[in-house]
Design a protein around this ligand. Structure first.
Ligand code: CO
Length: 140
């Protein structure tokens, strides 16, 4: 069901400033940046082998990520697992009485599907499930 860790997300107040550590210091490869209007964030992805680090900077003071930054400061925000069938994964979690933030998958602009599991059911960790639909049948 779970294929791998797709990414680990870190909340930062300033994407460009945070690159000094992650890219210049640690030597991770910058992949791309995007604005995700629905979540009120700018996002930068850095490549780490088959996984990624997702840096999140709030662009909207009302967003969940902005509230997180205000309350807790910079830090680890969520871990994302890649699954081959997100509907099946959610059904299995529901059957196990795991509390979900998204009971049904949310569709991203690029065809990916994702859903969040509530930290209350995951030892305090916000967990994202992610199904990369476009690559489903690719030989990766
Ligand atoms: Co994420």
């Amino acid at each position: 069901m779970i294929k791998k860790v797709n990414h680990i997300a870190v909340v930062v107040p300033d994407l460009d400033a945070s690159m000094r550590f992650w890219v210049e210091g640690l030597g991770l490869t910058f992949a791309y940046k995007e604005h995700v209007a629905s979540q009120g964030v700018d996002v930068a992805f850095l490549t780490v082998g088959e996984s990624k680090i997702e840096l999140l900077q709030p662009t909207d003071n009302e967003s969940g990520v902005a509230r997180y930054l205000e309350k807790k400061g910079s830090g680890m925000h969520h871990i994302c697992f890649e699954v081959d069938n997100i509907e099946a994964a959610l059904a299995r979690l529901k059957a196990a009485e795991v509390q979900l933030i998204n009971a049904t998958p949310v569709f991203g602009s690029d065809g990916r599907k994702f859903a969040f599991i509530h930290p209350k059911s995951a030892n305090g960790v916000l967990v994202e499930l992610y199904e990369l639909v476009a690559a489903k049948n690719a030989a990766t």
